[in-house]
Ligand binder design. Structure first.
Ligand code: CP3
Length: 355
């Protein structure tokens, strides 16, 4: 089978799933649910298989990737799997010296600060990530009609790690470069857009049914700066994968003021954090995009009744959206009780089936 046939087959296999239908704003049998960061994090079975293997090394092992991706699907009965990887995997694959420090996040040995540093950001060749093609192939075989979501980090969020050298609260160095040397900034984001697009294409050609672009830290930007200095690069990524016809999800945190622009960048589905009610998000994004979200992940630490009440509020507010994928407003928090997630999936399914 060639890449085009694999993409076609993946599309047909999952076209009738609640998740894909919701992304396309078609009627659904129940509201589909999945959780950002459902793979890894809170599951004991994840910790067990990861024992003795580094995070980034585990991402290059198709057997581990397949097992970890499937764990939350088996346990929670979520409507979609998310491919186990990390946003820095393509950067590591082109040879950057970086690692993921437990409890910290991605750390880059030599941050990018000058034009000469751009040379280290060479284009991604599909052969750099052959393990992704292999793991996606194994996964689609196991998942059947359950969609597999591929993902990548958006140019701005990746640039923040590369320029800061690690996680950052205020993104000072990143913004200093963005405002101080707009041409270098634009060239940096453009290179990252090409790497990101190439990485998503590998996943789509291997058989994922949808893709999510994580611009986790875009909420640090004012709308005018986002529009001028970030949106063109994210739009380039969305345009590059548009011909494949798989749903494209665009997510960030604290992005209430950016939701309209994030839709305009080329997404089919806009991810919303818990700060903006979905009915208001629907107004900001317009009638041609589905929404994904947006239960506060911290709510899962409250008693069962409170979780249900808050989930009910999300579902009610989502009635204003032309399509809704239930999710948290950000990733599963590390100490979340896995049983609370399983119960939440069941609650969303049973209450929306009856509608
Ligand atoms: C910003 C970001 C990163 N990585 C990611 C983002 C965007 C999503 C978001 O906003 O939360 C995306 C990501 N990272 C991981 C996934 C797997 C799929 C999933 O379940 O969603 C996804 C989608 C695995 C991972 N990525 C990471 C882990 C934990 C590593 C471990 O288990 O040792 C996992 C399972 C590490 C990581 N990698 C990153 C951070 C901040 C961390 C956490 C560091 C820590 O607190 O330990 C960078």
């Amino acid at each position: 089978m060639n890449a085009e046939q694999r993409t076609d087959q993946a599309r047909h296999r999952t076209a009738d799933s609640a998740f894909i239908r919701a992304c396309r704003r078609e009627p659904v049998p129940h509201t589909p649910v999945w959780f950002m960061r459902q793979a890894g994090r809170s599951l004991p079975e994840y910790r067990k298989v990861r024992e003795g293997t580094g995070m980034l090394e585990s991402c290059t092992r198709p057997d581990l990737v397949t097992e970890i991706t499937l764990q939350p699907v088996r346990r929670h009965k979520v409507d979609a799997a998310i491919y186990y990887s990390d946003i820095v995997v393509p950067l590591k694959a082109i040879g950057l010296d970086l690692d993921i420090k437990p409890g910290v996040g991605p750390v880059v040995a030599e941050p990018i600060t000058t034009r000469a540093d751009l040379d280290r950001l060479r284009p991604l060749d599909p052969d750099d990530v052959g393990y992704v093609t292999e793991a996606v192939g194994m996964l689609t075989g196991e998942l059947g009609a359950t969609p597999l979501i591929g993902f990548a980090g958006a140019p701005f969020t990746l640039a923040s790690y590369l320029v800061e050298g690690g996680p950052s609260r205020n993104h000072e160095r990143t913004k200093a470069l963005m405002y101080g040397d707009p041409q270098l900034w634009a060239d940096l984001l453009d290179r990252l857009a090409d790497i990101t697009a190439a990485f998503l294409k590998v996943q789509i050609e291997a058989g994922v049914s949808a893709v999510q672009l994580f611009d986790s830290w875009a909420g640090a930007l004012a709308p005018d700066d986002y529009r001028r200095s970030v949106m063109p690069a994210s739009a380039k990524v969305f345009d590059a994968v548009a011909p494949y016809g798989v749903p494209r999800i665009h997510f960030g945190v604290g992005t209430g003021e950016l939701l309209g622009l994030m839709g305009e960048a080329g997404a089919d589905v806009v991810g919303v954090d818990w700060r903006v009610p979905l009915a208001e998000a629907a107004r900001r994004v317009g009638p041609h995009k589905a929404l994904q979200g947006n239960l506060d992940p911290a709510v899962l630490f409250a008693p069962e009744q409170a979780v249900r009440a808050k989930a009910h509020e999300v579902l009610e507010s989502a009635k204003a959206a032309p399509g809704h994928v239930f999710n948290l407003g950000h990733g599963v928090l590390p100490n979340t009780d896995p049983d609370a997630l399983t119960r939440l999936v069941e609650y969303v399914h049973t209450t929306t089936e009856a509608r």
